[in-house]
Write a protein that binds this ligand. Structure first.
Ligand code: ZN
Ligand code: ZN
Length: 307
């Protein structure tokens, strides 16, 4: 008994639900992606410097700005929504709620384990491993500080039971709520993602519009917001990156050879601006697309000068 997808599609764009589900493939994929992204957007929304010019390198002594009301209420809405879906699973399916203390305990233990591993690397004099563990520790600490570890565990819990939720009468609400929240959170945390036209893997051209949560491919019916499409076509990586990851990305996606050292220099000069994290800490993340633009401009300029 396959029916139509219950998640109201735009006029005339009805989609067949997947077998055993009330939702079509496009809606399932968009929901899964939203649940993968939400912990990151949650953490990014906790950072008051989001979407603003970061303070120039080093001056981190300034008092942190409070999180804006919009970001705070979005975060509250995300949390409320995720908890409510966990409650649906408990009430309808008797599935135990994720235990917040347990999640926090797990994160704290992970930090201790990583510190121990780092001590080992130091003892061995292995600076590469030492640095990697230091970055891992910073990431996990960041997740604990923002509460993204708990949000991530809630998202994972819901994802695990997604087949049942999408087969239930909750499907429509779940798809809309989760994808809308992810869209709003991404917009608030990363306001500058671009518009444009891209090619869907099915071959159809899709016009992007940052204001729309649901940009549908007329060819295959898959949909998502701009961030989802950018991931989908591999145009830019899904998330802002650490400075140490940029060099490889620029090489693989833009054919640009540039060292992390040079990128750090430009960051310290204020030419590369982090989208999250201030000072030069390892929590700093950069939008690779924005970095590529700056690097291309700078290299182009140098090339012209030397020509
Ligand atoms: Zn659908
Ligand atoms: Zn398509």
């Amino acid at each position: 008994m396959t029916g139509l997808c219950v998640a109201g599609h735009p006029d005339g764009d009805e989609r067949t639900a997947e077998p055993g589900s009330q939702a079509c493939k496009g809606c399932r994929l968009a929901t899964e992606q939203a649940l993968r992204d939400l912990p990151q957007w949650w953490a990014d929304l906790a950072d008051p410097n989001h979407g603003k010019r970061p303070s120039q390198g080093g001056k981190s002594a300034e008092r942190p700005e409070p999180i804006s009301d919009d970001a705070a209420s979005l975060r509250a809405a995300i949390r409320t929504s995720l908890v409510s879906w966990c409650l649906v699973l408990r009430d309808d399916r008797h599935i135990t709620l994720p235990d917040e203390d347990e999640i926090i305990g797990f994160t704290q233990q992970l930090i201790l384990d990583l510190q121990q591993a780092r001590d080992g690397a130091r003892y061995d004099g292995d600076r590469g491993r030492d640095q990697r563990y230091a970055d891992d520790i910073a990431d996990v600490r960041e997740a604990r500080a923002s509460g993204a570890d708990v949000i991530g565990a809630l998202c994972l819990h819901i994802t695990r039971h997604l087949p049942w939720l999408l087969a239930s009468d909750h499907a429509d609400l779940l798809v809309h709520q989760v994808t809308t929240l992810a869209h709003q959170a991404r917009r608030a945390a990363h306001p500058s993602r671009p518009d444009g036209v891209i090619s869907c893997p099915c071959g159809t051209r899709v016009a992007l519009d940052v204001d729309r949560a649901r940009i549908v491919c007329n060819g295959c019916g898959e949909w998502g917001d701009v961030g989802w499409w950018m991931d989908r076509v591999g145009k830019i990586p899904p998330r802002p990156m650490k400075i140490t990851e940029l060099s490889r990305w620029l090489h693989e996606h833009r054919d640009i050879e540039i060292s992390t050292r040079q990128l750090r220099r430009w960051r310290d000069d204020g030419q590369l601006q982090a989208v999250t994290g201030d000072g030069a800490g390892s929590a700093q993340r950069f939008d690779p697309l924005a970095v590529a633009l700056v690097v291309e401009q700078r290299l182009g300029h140098t090339a012209r000068l030397s020509a």
